[in-house]
Design a protein around this ligand. Structure first.
Ligand SMILES: [Zn+2]
Length: 392
């Protein structure tokens, strides 16, 4: 197979991380669009996997925020949709000291996705043998109410949590600032524990929002470069975050001790001890190639069923990656007795068959406390009626 060299692919990847769109890479490098999208696909899948399996980090101050983005169509054109299109908020959790992007989440703005995001954040912080945080972190967010509920569900009293709500001179019905409104101060609200008031602020994560928008062309407002598919939206986001954490060298800092030499800095991942060297886009390409080669060889999971089992009348479909669980009847066309649409070959979906609906519901709730539901097709009201209006 004809493949571009590592150097050529690294140059394309670097351009994608510096705010070029896939179409502009196609024109500038004179390569087919499929070549560019393959780079995003392969490096993106590796970056997502890498970000999910990041070694736990110890952070004392964390700032969280969400930024607006969309896939396919935005909220002016369509009602909010979950799944493969519409508005997708990008949640970021950033370490205040090093500006490491600890974790991200893509979802809607609200309690369910805020909770999922906090669970991811919880999993990426270092804990000692008894399960407590090594360093009790102070988390600061903006004024969104969903964060308060999510923090109480996920962290209870294991963290200090405060909210920084900005006040604007003029707001619309949704309490969003109108274009002409001015900043008129902020409230600092202590929600959990006793955070220091000066730590309840979100400037660092807002600066990171700026970086993500600037380096990722898909998030540039009012252009045609927006994402057309959710998979690629997440891949490019993970690539940008990876690039920011491992490759990006911040500008030297102005000296504070009166000397004339500016202080040199290193990428955030080095400061947090995740790596000991500055990564280059070439390193990302090589690591992605190894990841793709490894993936091709991996064995199917043992949890996969082999045949239809009469005892197992209800199936829980668990997608840990998407943090979702759904319950089907065995005869449902989306389930096929636990074989599913992919005939059991999917590596990110797990099926578990149970004899009763109660047991299935309990398992689904245990696996995914935030988002578990019944299939509308086989178990919902939706399909208890036939085409002619008779109940089955
Ligand atoms: Zn179903």
């Amino acid at each position: 197979m004809n493949r571009l060299s590592v150097g050529e692919r690294a140059l394309i990847l670097h351009s994608l991380c510096e705010g070029m769109s896939m179409r502009s890479c196609e024109r500038v490098f004179r390569k087919p669009f499929g070549t560019i999208s393959r780079i995003v696909r392969e490096v993106g899948d590796w970056a997502i996997d890498h970000q999910r399996n990041l070694a736990p980090v110890t952070c004392d101050r964390i700032q969280v925020d969400e930024l607006w983005s969309f896939v396919g169509e935005n909220d002016r054109r369509s009602a909010l949709k979950r799944g493969d299109g519409g508005v997708s908020w990008v949640y970021l959790g950033v370490d205040r000291r090093t500006s490491l992007v600890i974790t991200y989440h893509i979802g809607l703005r609200g309690k369910v996705d805020a909770t999922k995001f906090f669970r991811k954040l919880d999993n990426s912080l270092a804990k000692d043998a008894s399960g407590d945080f090594i360093c009790r972190p102070t988390i600061a967010s903006d004024g969104m109410k969903a964060y308060r509920d999510a923090a109480e569900i996920v962290f209870a009293d294991r963290v200090n949590f405060g909210q920084y709500s900005k006040i604007y001179t003029d707001t619309d019905d949704n309490e969003e600032p109108t274009p002409r409104s001015k900043f008129a101060g902020a409230h600092r609200l202590i929600v959990i524990g006793q955070p220091a008031l000066e730590d309840i602020t979100t400037w660092r994560v807002e600066r990171e929002n700026g970086f993500v928008r600037q380096s990722n062309r898909r998030l540039t407002r009012k252009t045609n470069a927006f994402s057309k598919a959710l998979e690629y939206h997440e891949r490019q986001l993970a690539i940008s975050i990876m690039f920011r954490n491992y490759c990006w060298i911040p500008r030297p800092k102005r000296p504070t001790d009166g000397s004339s030499s500016w202080v040199k800095r290193v990428p955030a991942a080095i400061e947090c001890g995740l790596t000991d060297r500055v990564w280059t886009p070439e390193d990302m390409i090589v690591a992605a190639d190894e990841f793709i080669a490894r993936q091709g060889k991996s064995e199917p999971s043992l949890e996969q069923p082999t045949a239809r089992d009469q005892e197992k009348r209800f199936w829980v479909v668990h997608q840990p990656y998407h943090q979702k669980a759904m319950i089907h009847k065995a005869e449902c066309s989306s389930c096929k007795g636990g074989l599913g649409r992919m005939d059991g070959s999917s590596k990110i979906t797990f099926w578990c068959g149970l004899p009763t609906l109660e047991e299935a519901t309990a398992l689904a709730a245990e696996k995914e406390p935030d988002e578990h539901k019944i299939c509308k097709k086989c178990l919902g009201q939706y399909n208890t009626l036939t085409r002619y209006g008779r109940r089955l």
